[in-house]
Ligand binder design. Structure first.
Ligand SMILES: [Zn+2]
Length: 112
């Protein structure tokens, strides 16, 4: 699985650090960093047969940061959130960031 360049990327981490693979990302105003990873044909076959996706994060003994992994048909689409105005990854069919989407859902559940 390798990170790939994508249209909305605005930074490449570790560009000049040979010990790491350069990581193209979109870094949002709220600090969320999104990268896009492509599975090799062999990995696709394994995942199709039920293999798991594993994530290892180097923390350098600092607090573990929340992470989110998902599968998308296309390279991540980015949008400006209707509620808070942050530019970040699009969630489902809504023009809302994950926090605003979640808080709208919670307020709907409270009402109904
Ligand atoms: Zn938002």
């Amino acid at each position: 699985m390798d990170p790939i360049p994508f249209k909305a990327q605005n930074i490449v981490y570790a560009e000049d650090q040979p010990e790491y693979i350069p990581l193209p990302v979109h870094k949002a105003e709220d600090g969320k960093v999104t990268s896009v990873w492509k599975l090799s044909d062999e990995e696709r076959e394994k995942v199709a047969k039920g293999a798991y996706v594993c994530l290892c994060q180097s923390t350098f003994h600092q607090a573990l940061q929340p992470v989110n992994l998902w599968v998308d048909d296309e390279v991540v689409e980015f949008m400006k959130c209707e509620d808070c105005g942050i530019f970040g990854p699009k969630n489902y069919d809504f023009n809302l960031c994950s926090e605003c989407h979640e808080s709208r859902r919670e307020s709907l559940e409270d009402k109904g």
